[in-house]
Design a protein around this ligand. Structure first.
Ligand code: 1GP
Length: 266
């Protein structure tokens, strides 16, 4: 079946129980040869999307980074911007992030207002995304730069209520992020609680560096796993993570959960 948009692909994966993988490319960092070689193998690498962005770019440029990735990879490129200047018309889509775990109006709506005229002119597919920072055991650039407090990792009910509010406001994805380089990924219990209370696809990332962690997040109900730091440092480990997610997808497809499409691994 032809799927017209990236959001359709993510939603379709959610409906069938297929788990997806995105790697996050930081425009500030020059990709190593090993990283480029994984990217150039396209979907054979087990990667579904390239995400591009960072909380703060010191020297990198989003547009140049996207252009460079295009020459090395045929994978869809999705902007994951830290602010309104991280735009590129050469990407396929943008996660228009509203930082709903925080109470900083600039990241709830302010940056969006500044970016809206340029986004309206662009051909980017815009995917409204509820972005929740979850405490991963250490301060992260995302919480510092956004000047927001992450949701405590042991308060799944707060995350679930926040995600519910985001869904009711019409946000189409929920991204649970422990922040880049987090000590601990978002706890599976928290992901599961958000899953129980929302139907939109769930993305999670921050601190995931092993197949076991990726599988735990996926089993808890995350539909798309995002890996940044571990991919930069150990790109050779990516196939193991990708195949662990494929195993879960295959198990889900063999034993689909009836009714709501919610997964029942717990
Ligand atoms: C950060 O979720 C992403 O926003 C990825 O985090 O760099 O820790 O993989 P890592």
């Amino acid at each position: 079946m032809y799927l017209s948009s990236i959001y359709d692909q993510i939603r379709q994966a959610r409906q069938t129980g297929a788990k997806q993988l995105a790697v996050l490319i930081d425009p500030d960092k020059e990709p190593s040869d090993d990283v480029l070689s994984v990217l150039s193998s396209g979907t054979r690498s087990g990667v579904d999307y390239l995400f591009v962005g960072g909380s703060l770019l010191v020297q990198g440029e989003t547009d140049a980074c996207v252009a460079r990735l295009r020459t090395h990879s045929s994978l869809p490129i999705v902007l994951f911007p830290g602010n309104h200047i991280q735009l590129s018309d050469h990407a396929d889509a943008i996660l228009l992030l509203s930082l709903i775990s925080g109470r900083n109006p600039d990241f709830l709506i302010g940056q969006h207002v500044v970016a809206a005229p340029a986004l309206r002119k662009s051909k980017l597919e815009i995917i409204p995304t509820g972005y929740l920072l979850i405490d991963g055991g250490s301060p992260t650039a995302a919480s510092y730069i956004s000047n927001t407090m992450p949701i405590p990792g042991n308060k799944p009910e707060i995350a679930a209520a926040t995600a519910m509010a985001g869904e009711m406001l019409g946000l189409q994805l929920i991204y649970l992020d422990a922040g880049s380089g987090a000590k601990q990924p978002v706890r599976p219990e928290l992901i599961a609680e958000v899953r129980r209370h929302t139907d939109v696809p769930i993305l999670t990332g921050g601190g995931i560096h092993s197949p076991e962690q990726a599988m735990a997040a996926a089993k808890a109900g995350a539909d798309l796993i995002v890996i940044g730091t571990a991919f930069e440092k150990y790109p050779e480990q990516l196939p193991a993570i990708a195949s662990s997610l494929k195993r879960i997808s295959t198990a889900t497809l063999a034993h689909p959960t009836k009714g709501t499409g919610k997964l029942d691994f717990l």
